[in-house]
Design a protein around this ligand. Structure first.
Ligand code: SF4
Length: 241
């Protein structure tokens, strides 16, 4: 696992550096990274030295440092870079996207964890692995004071509306104030899974709201996703390495 790209975003009221990891320990059938083969190829072709990353952070002194994936917690340099950002720069550190399978390292302030399924068979069917560590690490992160958000992907043939409700119930059993985001599956080229209908998505949102106070959702096409990356200020970053 290597960090391969750094972006800077100054559009959201404070400077934010995003550090991107290549590689993931899951094999999700509908992984959104498969939508963009060019990004996949770039992530495999490049590697940034830990010392170079720390040098960039030291010179820019961002207010926030986010780690994105693949699965950023699988990167052995993560904890050292997070420690530098948190301790030396006083930056807020966030795992912007994690599958939750690996315990959050120290010096992480916030994390967004995607719980692919609550039912272990459904989790296996979608990711190829167990969710036991995901559920345990989610609770562990909360108990260690990490500010959490949860998410999942609604894929009616695997992660049903009932399954999304079970995930919401699990999150609410830890804290009903934790934000929960439901993403409608975006069809990945070459995969036969169907996206949810708007009705299925609204049922999932309605049922999640029975348990959690902050539920939001998004349904995009591949084209809409690409457009969002161009127009939403939170995505409009400059690549600096
Ligand atoms: S956990 Fe995320 S990055 Fe990893 S395979 Fe699944 S969808 Fe892709």
């Amino acid at each position: 696992m290597t960090f391969y790209k750094i972006t800077l975003n100054e559009n959201c009221g404070s400077s934010r550096i995003c550090i991107y990891n290549s590689g993931c320990n899951f094999k999700c059938v509908g992984c959104a990274y498969k939508i963009n083969p060019a990004e996949m190829a770039e992530s495999c072709a490049k590697a940034l030295d830990e010392s170079r990353i720390i040098g960039i952070l030291a010179s820019l002194r961002p207010k926030r440092v986010h780690f994105l994936g693949g699965e950023p917690t699988s990167n052995p340099a993560l904890s050292r870079i997070a420690k530098f950002a948190h301790e030396e720069l006083g930056a807020v550190t966030k795992i912007g996207h994690s599958n939750g399978s690996i315990r959050m390292p120290d010096y992480i302030d916030e994390a967004s964890i995607s719980i692919k399924a609550y039912d272990e068979r459904a989790h296996f069917a979608y990711t190829g692995t167990t969710n036991k560590s995901v559920l345990a690490n989610f609770r562990d992160a909360y108990e260690r004071g990490i500010r959490l958000e949860a998410s999942t992907v609604l894929i009616p043939e695997i992660v049903t509306t009932d399954e999304v409700e079970r995930i919401a119930e699990f999150v609410a059993s830890i804290d009903p104030e934790i934000g929960f985001h439901i993403t409608a599956y975006i069809p990945v080229p070459g995969i036969t899974l169907k996206p949810p209908t708007p009705q299925e998505l609204s049922i999932a949102v309605r049922d999640a709201k029975k348990h959690l106070k902050k539920v939001n959702f998004r349904q995009l096409t591949i084209e809409g996703r690409a457009e969002l990356k161009k127009t939403d200020p939170s995505f409009c970053s400059v690549q600096i390495a």
